[in-house]
Ligand binder design. Structure first.
Ligand SMILES: *Cc1c(COP(=O)(O)O)cnc(C)c1O
Length: 420
């Protein structure tokens, strides 16, 4: 459920006309609905309310400060994967005691910053990383709380680029090596194992892989307890999918119920790291048709947003629904919707049934709140587009359009290349 709906034939975000925003801020831009963000967060929170839990919103899905601030106010913790995300989480008023730090390549500097902030725990992905954390913590005179990210070797049945819990993926340590790893941690003076972590992939539309993974990590928790470890946190990562097209992912309520049923009596605080399921359908991208053309029987609609603004179609062959900001009830046509970037991979949709768009029309690219703006780049020297947040009948610029001067601000031409 989201708050992007037609009133008559005009698309609105909550109580604001999208055309009005486009006229004011220009195109393309990302547009989020505060009511939708809150609704999705609360649905997740409600689904888990009968069990001891902590939601750590996955910052990488959408890291705008305004959105992080909204989640922090709602009581969310954060799952971070870099020092940059730590910086954002803290700037947004995030409680360090609710921050978990994931990722296969944490640097000493990032570890130092996270320790100084006093985060809840490090999700450790290798023995070398464990030793690094121990050494940084020793230098800081601290003890680092850790969990190992274990790889349960289950197939999440999603796109290969976003499946992470198979034995051939780079993430975590094999579950069969976990006990030995925890014993190593026990022997180091500046780390304390307090949890077990796993994250098997993203955009999962079935519950079975989550339950399979949970079953495997639960066995590990039992084993560790027998071995004398005090495991207080069970982190099951994120990954719950959303409807982009025809997918029918389980509702958070059902997902929550399954997790709760499968963790009764375990005595762990359940940590979840949802990203996409909370922000995905709470954001759209609005783009304007620049031109249309027909090349030997193939129709193209050329819009002002490209793969640098929204990478998902090019990177993952992702499907995003397209909706006319002003819809006309006419016969549909088959066309490719493409951007201005000099790459054939630069498309928003291929061979798609759409209304016959005309030059100047506005198009809404749906479900881009997750991994949309967050993956945007400046390729082709294109300034990153604005982000706008609607709440009821008002809209707020939460990121203005980048300027050309900002794009070159960090660059320098050495003396020998300067014109005389
Ligand atoms: C990306 C990621 C998430 C969030 O995944 P979603 O599919 O967006 O829910 C959670 N945890 C970790 C470790 C991740 O890398």
């Amino acid at each position: 459920m989201h708050h992007f709906k037609y009133r008559g034939d005009e698309l609105y975000c909550e109580d604001v006309s999208i055309e009005k925003i486009a006229d004011a801020v220009g195109t393309p831009f990302y547009l989020y609905s505060a009511a939708t963000l809150e609704r999705h967060y609360r649905a997740f929170e409600d689904a888990l309310k009968t069990t001891d839990h902590l939601i750590c919103y996955s910052v990488k899905a959408n890291s705008n400060l305004a959105i992080l601030s909204q989640f922090a106010r709602l009581g969310s913790g954060f799952d971070i994967v870099s020092g940059g995300e730590l910086f954002r989480a803290l700037k947004s008023g995030g409680d360090p005691k609710k921050i978990v730090f994931s990722g296969v390549g944490k640097t000493r500097e990032e570890i130092r910053e996270a320790l100084a902030a006093g985060i809840l725990m490090f999700n450790v992905e290798s023995l070398q990383e464990l030793h690094e954390i121990d050494s940084v913590a020793a230098a800081a005179g601290k003890t680092a709380p850790v969990a190992f990210r274990v790889n349960p070797d289950v197939d999440p049945k999603t796109h290969p680029y976003i499946s992470t819990g198979l034995k051939q993926n780079k993430f975590g340590i094999p579950v069969v090596q976990a006990l030995a790893a925890y014993r190593t941690a026990q022997s180091l003076p500046h780390v304390t194992p307090i949890g077990v972590d796993c994250h098997i992939g993203s955009q999962l539309t079935e519950i079975a892989p989550f339950v399979d993974a949970l079953t495997r990590v639960k066995d590990l928790v039992a084993q560790l307890r027998d071995d004398g470890f005090e495991i207080r946190y069970l982190d099951l990562g994120g990954g719950l999918g959303i409807t982009y097209d025809e997918e029918e992912p389980p509702h958070p309520t059902k997902y929550g119920r399954e997790l709760i049923e499968n963790t009764v009596g375990l005595g762990c605080t359940l940590i979840l790291e949802p990203g996409r399921v909370i922000v995905g359908n709470a954001g759209i991208m609005v783009t304007r048709v620049l031109y249309t053309k027909q090349n030997l029987g193939k129709k193209f609609v050329i819009v002002d947003a490209g793969m640098n603004d929204l990478l998902r179609p090019s990177l993952y062959q992702a499907y995003h629904r397209l909706q006319a900001v002003r819809r006309r009830i006419t016969e549909m046509v088959l066309a490719d919707v493409v951007g201005p970037i000099c790459e054939s991979g630069d498309f928003l949709a291929q061979d798609r049934e759409i209304q016959p768009y005309e030059k100047g029309d506005l198009m809404a690219v749906m479900s881009v709140g997750a991994y949309g703006f967050a993956m945007a780049s400046n390729y082709n020297t294109r300034p990153r587009v604005p982000e706008v947040l609607v709440s009821d009948d008002r809209y707020y610029m939460i990121r203005r359009r980048e300027t050309l001067a900002e794009l070159i601000a960090a660059e320098e031409v050495p003396d020998f290349l300067r014109n005389p």
